[in-house]
Design a protein around this ligand. Sequence first.
Ligand code: GDP
Length: 201
Amino acid sequence: MLKNARFLISNTDHKKCPPPTKPEFAFIGRSNVGKSSLINMLTNHKHLAKISGRPGKTQLINHFVINDRWYMVDLPGYGFAKVNKKLKADWDKMIRDYLTGRENLTAVFVLIDSRLPPQKIDLDFIQWCGQLEMPVALLFTKADKQSHSKTSENVHRFLDEMERLFVEAPEFFVTSAINHQGRDELIQFIEENVTEWYGAN
Ligand code: GDP
């Protein structure tokens, strides 16, 4: 159960993130993938993710604390216009430093739009996570938008691509912020990892 969700802090420097004394779960994907909606759905909050969402402003790492037991992190999305090299370079550095510098990072949830066939931008990001040896899990979003068979086709095509990148296929969840598909499974996955983390730390 997610009884209590609280916004903590936003910053650009992973060194200023809260102390790594709780397991941490990060959410990332291209903009418009449904990240804010999913975070709000998970936490039963209407506007939690938007508290820190400032479109067009500085890209920030946003920390929330859930049940005083684990951190939920809303990371700035990827997918930049080719012209915006400076923004892309700043994002690359911030995300790389965050991913490699956060010792309590337990899972990186990469959000994928379930309406689309595998997109290069997502595959490139996941490949990069793989190279950094990050614990990736996939969240397919907006499953209510099309038939089960279409979702299933896109998910399987994506998982086929994962075989190229990973020895062991990443965990995946099919979700919808509208009908709450995948919510219980995702929370259970997080809770199991939280329990395991406290057992080991
Ligand atoms: P973000 O930019 O990744 O944070 O994406 P948002 O959460 O703001 O969602 C982008 C758009 O997709 C909005 O219009 C949402 O209402 C819509 N959306 C997000 N998740 C879902 C979903 O699960 N189902 C449907 N039908 N629409 C969604």
